[in-house]
Design a protein around this ligand. Structure first.
Ligand code: ZN
Length: 167
């Protein structure tokens, strides 16, 4: 029988694997949507790219630099998003957010998290919660509004949100 300790080790292995060898770690030249996310508390910075076909995510990828948790979260999120429509992607966001924060916002009949449950251990490390949820918040921003930079620290002085983009 495997105890909670073994399970925790397995979870850590999955996260470390995705953190070291992230899937979908590339730009998406023909992306329809993209958004940048920034977590100043840790220094994680990720751009999420989405290729949409109508309402359905055909391809998803990310680029950037971050800690193992934020990288693994983006890696597993982009894997999971492919083939999902917007409503399904947002339902997954709610489930994932509930898992990490211990909240109860997702409808009980929502999609199963499956492999994404490896992040349940992050709940025990509050400082890491924003690392794990950063790519998800960024994905949501990409779906709703193109080209936005979101920060986990709303109102942070360093936020480039209100500055016009130099091109
Ligand atoms: Zn981080």
């Amino acid at each position: 029988m495997s105890g909670a300790g073994d399970l925790r080790e397995l979870y850590q292995e999955v996260i470390l694997d995705h953190g070291k060898r992230p899937r979908n770690f590339r730009t998406l030249p023909d992306a329809d949507r993209q958004a940048e996310g920034y977590n100043p508390l840790c220094g994680d910075r990720e751009t999420i790219y989405l290729k949409l076909d109508g309402d359905v995510v055909r391809d998803a990828s990310f680029q950037g630099a971050g800690c193992a948790i934020s990288t693994a979260s983006a890696s597993m999120m982009t894997e999971r998003l492919k083939g999902k429509n917007r409503a399904e992607a947002e339902a997954l966001f709610e489930r994932f957010h509930d898992l990490i924060t211990g909240g109860h916002n997702a409808p009980p009949d929502g999609p199963a998290l499956g492999k994404l449950e490896v992040f349940s251990g992050v709940r025990e490390y509050p400082v890491r919660i924003k690392c794990a949820t950063l790519p998800w918040h960024t994905m949501k921003a990409a779906l709703s509004e193109d080209g936005r930079t979101i920060s986990t620290e709303d109102g942070a002085e360093a936020s480039p949100r209100d500055e016009p983009k130099a091109r």
